[in-house]
Design a protein around this ligand. Structure first.
Ligand code: NAD
Length: 477
């Protein structure tokens, strides 16, 4: 298997080129470096039809057998981690070591799903009657992933969907299709034909997929605006949906922290993956008692961080993934400048090539600033001082989102008490997004609908099916 060429879609067990081609850009150079298939409607129809054909056999395969095949796929990914990682860096931009961690994360998530089993509830088991509820697969799942973690966010969907007996058609972002296509190619050597298809394409493909009558469920990760379009499209045939959407995660730093001890964690909570993380800290509220020290510690740390091509082993922050997002961020920086907000660090836009931005910290902008209110999804962090905890909680809880939040505290119990007041699907104290395939992850408000990971995440790929038997005629009538 080659990882530098031959990018083809997996359709019904075969590898296919697609109706057209799509240029894939290396964000470190801004230049196209590979071509991916651009699926037409007929390609999609064949992928969905192959999944429908495969579904009855896969659904009837015992759970343990399906789980063993999913583990075999995880093992194959682990064997090929050093092949996938550079390809992920080239299409996504992240440093090679992080890319490798993402590939291994995909394997971990597949194993995690394979290790879980579905509960059966027995409501009655008497001489008169037996009644139980089991969880059966839904059918064909469309898995739609964004460009920031193409493999990991696909894994959140693939593991649970496949283990529970669904067939999947995976659609990666047009910015990062290559590793998903290679995942599809690898999967064809392990899974029965049609069980996992992968289709790549331009902006039209997502809407075709969500509107397709052969799809029973959509598992989507992406922006809130697109999530709303996905849900509207799903309504036509009443498809089930799981939506993991945008966020504007706050962090509150309490008055009794040691600024130097938390600076490193605080920094990477915001700037990891160049800030292109749904659960990144996107607004930092710092108690006035420690504000200056926290700001100076962050600025001091930022000064030593290396921004560059992800292929360079010394790089800690890679480029922004695509030109569209880069342009959005450049505009946000300009908006901060126009409004006279102070940059504690960063704020410059290096000359090209490549979509590089240095880590920027905006020093105490007003709450109404765009950089505070909008999801920046990039390496620009606004930090604001507060003196009153009620005010900090109120500001943290404002806005349409509710994905994640973090409290940094010296007194852990006080930190936990403050965390209780945050309205969000995930709240952490003194740690940064500790995700696990076994722990449910859900967005509140406009950050999502439904759950990924954990048993709750597994159940999202099933429908409850209740059956009962009357054992003695006449009894209970
Ligand atoms: P996006 O919404 O633009 O695209 C996501 C995916 O949807 C891509 O594969 C895209 O091709 C596809 N798509 C676009 N329009 C579609 C349509 N009308 N119908 C169906 N599919 C369509 O998001 P993005 O820019 O790739 O990713 C960034 C966003 O994703 C951010 O808002 C971020 O917060 C969010 N995100 C959320 C999570 C989470 O778990 N909550 C994780 C990562 C990213």
């Amino acid at each position: 298997m080659r990882f530098d060429r031959d990018f083809r879609m997996a359709i019904g067990g075969a590898l296919e080129p697609g109706a057209g081609t799509l240029q894939v850009i290396d964000p470190a150079t801004g230049m196209a470096f590979a071509e991916a298939p651009d699926a037409g409607p007929a390609d999609l129809d064949r992928a969905v039809a192959a999944a429908r054909t495969a579904f009855p056999g896969w659904a009837a395969t015992p759970h343990a057998e399906r789980a063993a095949l999913v583990v075999a796929l995880a093992e194959a990914l682990e064997r090929h981690a050093d092949d996938f990682a550079p390809l992920l860096t080239r299409e996504q931009g992240k440093p090679l070591a992080e890319a490798r961690r993402e590939v291994l994360g995909l394997a971990t998530w597949l194993r995690g799903a394979a290790g879980m089993s579905l509960p059966t509830t027995i409501h009655e088991d008497s001489p008169a009657r037996y009644c139980e509820t089991r969880h059966v697969p839904i059918g064909v799942v469309a898995a739609i992933a964004p460009w920031n973690y193409p493999l990991l966010l696909a894994a959140f969907k693939l593991g649970p969907a496949l283990v529970t007996g669904n067939c999947v058609v995976l659609k990666p972002s047009p910015f990062t299709p290559l590793t998903s296509l290679k995942l599809g190619e690898l999967a064809q050597t392990i899974l029965p034909p049609g069980v996992l298809g992968v289709v790549s394409g331009g902006d039209a493909l997502g809407p075709w997929l969500t509107a397709h009558p052969g799809i029973d469920k959509i598992a989507f990760t992406g922006s809130t605006a697109t999530g709303k379009r996905v849900m509207a499209s799903a309504a036509e045939t009443l498809k089930r949906v799981t939506l993991e959407l945008g966020g504007n995660d706050p962090a509150i730093v309490m008055h009794d922290v040691d600024p130097d001890r938390i600076a490193l964690d605080l920094f990477w909570a915001s700037f990891g993956n160049a800030g292109q993380v749904c659960l990144a800290t996107k607004r930092l509220y710092v108690h006035a008692a420690v504000y200056q020290k926290v700001r100076d510690a962050l600025v001091g740390y930022a000064a030593g961080v290396r921004v560059g091509s992800g292929m360079d082993p010394d790089t800690q922050i890679g480029p922004i993934n695509n030109h569209l997002q880069y342009q959005r961020l450049v505009e946000l920086i300009e908006d901060c400048r126009t409004n006279g907000y102070r940059f504690a660090c960063g704020g410059t836009v290096p000359a090209g090539p490549g979509y590089f931005l240095p880590p920027s910290i905006i020093d105490n902008p007003p709450e109404a600033a765009r950089i505070v209110q909008d999801e920046q999804f990039g390496p620009i962090l606004p930090m604001m001082a507060f003196t009153d905890y009620d005010d900090a909680v109120c500001r943290a809880n404002s806005g349409p989102y509710g994905l994640g939040a973090t409290i940094w505290a010296g007194d852990v119990a006080a930190g936990q008490a403050l965390a209780e007041r945050i309205v969000s699907g995930n709240v952490w104290v003194n740690e940064c997004r500790p995700l696990s395939p076994l722990v449910p992850f859900a967005g509140h408000g406009q950050s999502g609908l439904g759950v990924e990971n954990g048993i709750e995440g597994l159940l999202e790929y099933t429908l409850p099916r209740t059956s009962s038997v009357r054992r003695k005629s006449g009894v209970g009538q």
